[in-house]
Design a binder for this molecule. Structure first.
Ligand SMILES: Cc1cc2nc3c(=O)[nH]c(=O)nc-3n(C[C@H](O)[C@H](O)[C@H](O)COP(=O)(O)OP(=O)(O)OC[C@H]3O[C@@H](n4cnc5c(N)ncnc54)[C@H](O)[C@@H]3O)c2cc1C
Length: 458
C-alpha cells in the first residue's frame, strides 16, 4: 500500500532517536516515522551504558517507549544502516524515506596513545561496560583472574566501572546483569581498583552523587591518594557547587582511617599512564606523577611508579563513527550540522539528512540533554518536509522487500516486547526487575517467540 504522507527514518533507538521520534509523531504534521536500530533491543546506552546499579536512571525507558503504541511509530530492530554485509546502505535507505535522522551515537572509545595499549587485558570502557550490560557485541569477559585493575579516566564512566568491579556479586544480583556476568565477577579475584586521574581533586568531572556512591559499597573502602592537595579542606575561593561537593567528600575520605573491606578503590590524583607493561598480556602500568601549574593545568614531573595490574580499562571518552556518504568532522567525531541539518564543507544543507544526540554534538551531557537536542532537530525536519521530494519508493512494503534482499528480518515492537517479557521472567527468581539476555542468538530466539531455554536462577 502506498503512503502519501512524508516518511521519516530515525536511525538509532537510543534516547536521542526516541526523543526525536516522539517529537515528530506528536507534531500536527501527518508523518510516518520508523525507528531503525542495529540491535533487536531498543534504548541504546540506557540499556547498554547506564550502570546496572543505577536502576532509577533506567526507568526513563518508560518515557522513551511511548511513541510505539499501535499504529504509531514503527520499530525496525536488527537493521544496520551503513556499508558491510547484512547492512542497508544509506543511499538505499534514502530511497524509502523523505528524510533520515541519524541518531547513531558515539560508540568508539578514545585511545590513550601509549605503548602497550593493544596488549590483551587492555580494553576500552565500551568493551567493559558493554560486557556487564549484556551487549551482544561484548560477550567476552575481561580478565578478572587478577587482583589489580587500573581504570583511566576522571568522569562518571570511570566511576561506574570501578564501582561495578568493587561491588559484591550479591549487591549486583538484584540488578539486570546477565547471569554469566555475575558468575564471572563471583569467580574473579579483583581486590584493588586504581582510578588514574590526570588532574587534581578540584578538576574531576565526576558528579557528586556518583562520587558519593563509592562510599556506600557493601565491602569496599575508598582510598584517596591526593599528594596532600586535600590537607587544607575545601578552599573558600572554590565557588562551583559541584566542585565544593566533590572536594568535601574527597576531603572526608582522605582523612578517614582505612577500613578492612575486602576490596579497595584507590582514587589516584595527578597520575597519567605512560606505558602498559607485559609481553603477551598486561602485567602492570607505569604512571607519571603530575603537578598542578598555577593556571590549573598539569605538568608531568618525570617521576614514575608502577602499579601491579592485570587489567587496564580506559575511560577517557568516546568518539563517533563516520556515516557513509555524509560529511564528518574527525576532530570532534561528529557530523557537521546546523540545527540538526547535515551541512557540507561549504555550509550547504545536505537535503533530507539530519543528526541528533551524541553523533550531532559529541559524547557529553546526560540522557535529558538529548531531549532538547532532538526536539530542535525534529523542528528542523518538520519545517523542511514540505520542500523535500517524496521518496523514490514510498510504499513501506518495498522497504520490507529490500530488507529481505539484504537478509534482514526486522524485529518489530511486539517482537521486542517478547524479549522484554522473557528478561522480566528471568529476573523474577533473582529478585531483579529483569535479567538481560546477552547472546544475540538467544535474543533473536526470544523475539521470534521461543524462550531462551534458560531457567531463572534461584
Ligand atoms: C557508560 C555510560 C554510562 C552512562 N550513564 C549515564 C547515566 O547514568 N545517566 C545519564 O543521564 N546518562 C548516562 N550516560 C549518557 C547517555 O547514555 C547518553 O547521553 C545517551 O545515551 C546518548 O544518546 P544517543 O541516542 O545519542 O546515543 P546512544 O544511546 O548510543 O544510541 C545510539 C543507538 O544507535 C544504534 N546504532 C548505532 N549505529 C547504528 C547503525 N549503523 N544502524 C542502526 N543503528 C545504529 C545503536 O545500537 C544505539 O541503539 C552514559 C553514557 C555511557 C557511555
Amino acid at each position: 500500500m502506498t503512503s502519501a504522507r512524508p516518511r521519516v527514518a530515525v536511525v538509532g533507538s537510543g534516547p536521542s532517536g526516541l526523543y526525536a521520534a516522539a517529537a515528530l509523531a506528536a507534531s500536527d504534521t501527518a508523518v510516518d516515522v520508523d525507528v531503525l536500530d542495529r540491535l533487536p533491543a531498543p534504548y541504546g546506552l540506557v540499556r547498554y551504558g547506564v550502570a546496572p546499579d543505577h536502576v532509577k536512571m533506567k526507568s526513563v525507558i518508560r518515557v522513551l517507549a511511548r511513541p510505539f503504541g499501535p499504529g504509531e511509530v514503527r520499530f525496525l530492530g536488527g537493521v544496520t544502516v551503513g556499508p558491510g554485509p547484512g547492512a542497508v546502505p544509506l543511499p538505499v535507505l534514502r530511497e524509502h524515506y523523505t528524510a533520515v535522522v541519524h541518531a547513531s551515537g558515539s560508540a568508539l572509545d578514545r585511545r590513550l596513545g601509549i605503548p602497550g595499549e593493544d596488549l590483551p587485558g587492555s580494553i576500552g570502557s565500551g568493551a567493559m561496560v558493554g560486557w556487564y550490560c549484556g551487549h551482544p557485541d561484548h560477550g567476552v569477559a575481561p580478565r578478572l583472574d587478577v587482583t589489580g585493575v587500573a581504570v583511566v579516566g576522571a568522569g562518571n564512566v570511570a566511576l561506574d566501572v570501578a564501582r561495578v568491579l568493587a561491588r559484591t556479586p550479591d549487591e549486583l544480583g538484584s540488578t539486570d546483569v546477565p547471569d554469566a556476568v555475575l558468575e564471572a565477577l563471583r569467580a574473579g579475584r579483583v581486590r584493588d581498583v586504581h582510578v588514574l586521574i590526570r588532574r587534581g581533586p578540584q578538576q574531576v568531572r565526576f558528579t557528586p552523587v556518583e562520587l558519593r556512591q563509592l562510599g556506600d559499597l557493601a565491602d569496599a573502602d575508598v582510598v584517596v591518594h591526593d599528594d596532600g592537595l586535600l590537607d587544607a579542606g575545601v578552599p573558600d575561593d572554590v565557588t562551583d557547587r559541584h566542585e565544593r561537593a566533590n572536594l568535601a567528600v574527597l576531603t572526608e575520605w582522605a582523612h578517614a582511617t582505612h577500613g578492612t573491606a575486602h576490596r579497595r578503590i584507590h582514587l589516584r590524583f595527578l597520575r597519567s599512564p605512560v606505558r602498559i607493561l607485559g609481553t603477551d598480556r598486561v602485567t602492570g602500568i607505569v604512571v607519571e606523577r603530575n603537578v598542578l601549574t598555577p593556571d590549573g593545568r598539569v605538568r608531568g614531573t618525570g617521576e614514575e611508579e608502577t602499579l601491579d595490574v592485570g587489567l587496564v580499562v580506559r575511560a577517557v571518552g568516546y568518539t563517533g563513527e563516520p556515516i557513509g556518504g555524509l560529511p564528518f568532522d574527525t576532530a570532534t567525531g561528529t557530523v557537521p550540522n546546523v540545527a540538526g541539518r547535515v551541512v557540507d564543507a561549504d555550509g550547504a544543507a545536505v537535503p533530507g539528512q539530519y543528526v541528533t544526540g551524541w553523533i550531532r554534538r559529541g559524547p557529553t551531557g546526560v540522557i535529558g540533554t538529548n531531549k532538547h537536542d532532538a526536539v530542535e532537530v525534529a523542528a528542523s525536519v518538520l519545517a523542511d518536509l514540505p520542500a523535500l521530494p517524496p521518496p523514490v519508493h514510498p510504499d513501506p512494503d518495498d522497504l520490507a522487500r529490500v530488507l529481505a534482499e539484504h537478509g534482514v528480518r526486522p524485529v518489530d515492537w511486539t517482537s521486542w516486547l517478547r524479549l522484554d517479557a522473557e528478561e522480566i521472567r528471568l529476573g523474577q527468581a533473582r529478585g531483579a526487575e529483569r535479567v538481560k539476555v546477552a547472546e544475540l542468538a538467544d535474543m533473536l530466539a526470544a523475539v521470534h517467540g521461543a524462550t531462551t531455554g534458560a531457567e531463572p536462577r534461584r
